[in-house]
Every structure is written in C-alpha cells, then in structure tokens.
Design a binder for this molecule. Structure first.
Ligand code: PLP
Length: 371
C-alpha cells in the first residue's frame, strides 16, 4: 500500500523516517510450501520445545514475562556444548530476535551523520536501521566472482574514517563469505572507537564463530549476535542474543522495552538450549545435504556459489523470476535476489535435509529440461 506524504494537518514524523521505505516481509502464506526462502529450520524445533509450550500454565500468560536464569542457560549451553568459557550473565543481552538487537544497537550508539561501515550484498536490515538514525552508509562490495571478504578496504576505511559501527555478517547472508576470527579481532583492535558487531546467525554450519577467541574485557568493542530462529527453529517466537562487554550490553538494553521478549519465547528458549543434540543433528543433516548438492550442482553445470551457512546462490539460465514462479507452482519457495547489487539474476536457496534438496533439484532440473 502506498502512503501519502503527510498533509499539514498531520503531526510531522522525524525527517529520517519520512525518507525511508517500510521494511516489510516479502511474502506471507508460506506454511504449506517447502520453504527454502528464509534459511529457517525446515523440520521445526525440538519436540522438547513443543512439549514445554504445551505445558505452559495459564498464569504464564496472564503475568508479565520473567527472564530469570535465561542468560545462565545461554552461558551453560556455550560452555557445555561449544567449550566457550568465561562469559558472565551481564555480558548476555536477550532480545526479541536478533532483528531487535540490531535495531537497539543502532538506537543506542548511532547519531545522525555517523558512519556505518558494512559489506555489500549483505543482510537487508542493517541499511534501514542506519537510515532510521540518519547515518551515512559505506558498503564495500565483496570481491571477485567468489565474493571474497574485502578485508584490505575495510581495514583502510576503519583507519581513514571515523566509523561508529562496523556490521559484519559472518558467514555472510547471502554470499556465505567467511571471515576468520583473527582478522575480526584485528579489525576491532585497530578501531577501538568503533563498535564491531558480528552477526553470527549462521555460524553453526561452518563453525565460524569468533566467540571462543574473545575476552570482552580485553576487546570491549566487539558484540556477537546469536539467534534461536534458524538452527533451533524458533523463528516465529522471536528470540536472539547479543553477547559483549557488560557496559555495551547495558547500553543496548537501555533502549529495549522491559518486556519485549514474550513468555512463550522464554519457555521455548530454555527447552531449545537444553536440547543441543536436536540442533546438532539438524546441522549434520544440512551438511550432508550441502555436500550432496555441491556435487550435483557441478555435475549439472549449474552456475552457483556455495560457501558458509545453510544457503547457496544459483544463476539459472532462464530468468530468476520464471524459475521462482515455477518452483512455487510445484510447492517450493526460494528467494529471488532481484535488485540486490552484484547478485541480481540469482536465487538464494536455503539448504534443508537431503530428501528436501533432492526434491528441489529434481524440480529445478525438470524446468531446465523443458524447451
Ligand atoms: C544475517 C541475519 N541476521 C539477523 C536475522 C534476523 O534474525 P532473528 O530472526 O533472530 O531476528 C536474519 C534473518 O534472516 C539474518 O539472516
């Protein structure tokens, strides 16, 4: 729906808000499809999550949410299952999805005219958040056909300009580009005045996290983002975490409402964090499917790019729109990268289980074979 410019009768919104577009979800009505368009868990959450949600008593609904012990559950999970030690509860912020954490970071740290440094193409929510604050955006393209991380340029820009916020999606959505922990630490070290945010939504698939290598007292300007939306399958409940120096997490929390995360998400998070085995199994399934796909894409000579994360890009010989529409007619959703610089004409396909990817490839090839 198009909205008019406000007439003189209406209160005037902030200048930055008036000059931005509404960020809306691309499509709805996805439930009956094989959903390979949002990098979600294609099997759903652990049965323990469903059980915990079924057992929610009515007073859980009628009273405001309680968060006691959740930070500790995150810390325990990191310690037991990922061998990450030394994180304290004041270093873990809970948010209504990582989207809300990103929004709060911009809100807490960024003034009009400040610089956001990021890469291109990358996750689509950083840019509207920067616009909301009236920031200048410097987006450095990934390099070559392999979408290599533009490390030298990022390094130089951090030295040449007063950058307030550096947002790195690692591995990057949608190119899968990965940046090693030592390089991330180096970038943070040379720019102590810059808040370096590492969006690690997809780290589980290739183990790209910088978290095991950070001491937030020594490197206080790094914040790590983690979510239960993807591997844990809780996207609909909205819960994510920001992990960083206590002072930084405290400031990000200040711009967050007191009850922004609902009780259902909290209950589900406790159950999901306890059932790491379920998540690990799902990740293994995806990695098996990914290896199979990589082979198949080569065998069938389909132009593609596949790296970190649970997704890949393909450039079909027919128009991306035609392929997207055909797949949809066969019950499969993929994401068209139309309008995204450098990858316009491609489709991003999420990787689910092996049978799901076999179905995808068979359907995709059936269109290729049609004259
Ligand atoms: C890179 C990246 N960051 C953040 C998000 C949002 O995560 P959440 O569902 O926790 O808000 C997404 C969702 O697609 C994403 O791809």
């Amino acid at each position: 729906m198009e909205f008019d410019k406000p007439s003189s009768k209406l209160p005037e919104p902030r200048y930055e808000v008036e000059n931005m577009n509404t960020y809306s979800a691309p499509i709805e009505g996805r439930r009956e499809f094989l959903r390979l368009d949002f990098n979600e868990n294609t099997l759903g959450p652990s049965p323990l999550v469903i059980k915990a949600l079924h057992n929610i008593p009515s007073n859980h609904i009628s009273i405001y949410p309680e968060y006691d012990g959740l930070q500790e559950a995150v810390i325990n999970n990191l310690q037991i299952h990922h061998k990450i030690k030394g994180i304290s509860s004041s270093e873990v912020g809970i948010f209504n999805g990582v989207d809300a954490a990103i929004h709060a970071i911009f809100h807490a740290y960024c003034n009009a005219g400040d610089y956001l440094l990021t890469t291109m193409p990358t996750f689509g929510y950083y840019n509207p958040c920067a616009k909301m604050q009236g920031m200048e955006v410097i987006a450095i393209p990934y390099q070559n056909n392999n979408f290599l991380f533009p490390y030298e340029q990022i390094y130089r820009t951090l030295q040449d300009k007063n950058i307030k916020l550096l947002m790195i999606c690692n591995p990057n959505n949608p190119t899968g580009t990965r940046l090693s922990p030592d390089k991330i630490l180096k970038l943070a070290e040379i720019s102590p005045q810059t808040l370096v945010v590492i969006d690690e939504l997809y780290e589980a698939f290739t183990g790209d996290s910088v978290l095991p290598y950070i001491n937030f007292s020594k490197t206080p300007n790094i914040v790590i983002l983690r979510s239960l939306s993807k591997t844990a399958g809780l996207a609909g409940l909205r819960i994510g975490f920001a992990i960083g120096n206590s002072n930084i997490i405290n400031r990000i929390n200040r711009v967050t409402g007191p009850y922004d995360i609902n009780s259902f998400a909290v209950t589900a998070a406790f159950a999901a964090l306890k059932d790491q085995l379920y998540i690990d199994k799902y990740v293994k399934n995806v990695l098996v499917a990914k290896a199979w796909l990589q082979e198949q894409l080569k065998i069938h000579k389909i132009k593609h790019h596949i790296d970190g994360g649970n997704y890949f890009l393909i450039w079909p010989e027919r128009s991306a729109h035609e392929v997207e529409t055909y797949l949809k007619s066969k019950g499969i959703l993929v994401r068209n990268m139309k309008g995204k610089q450098f990858i316009d004409g491609s489709l991003r396909v999420s990787i689910g289980t092996l049978p799901q990817m076999e179905k995808f490839l068979k359907t995709f090839l059936s269109l290729v074979k049609m004259s």
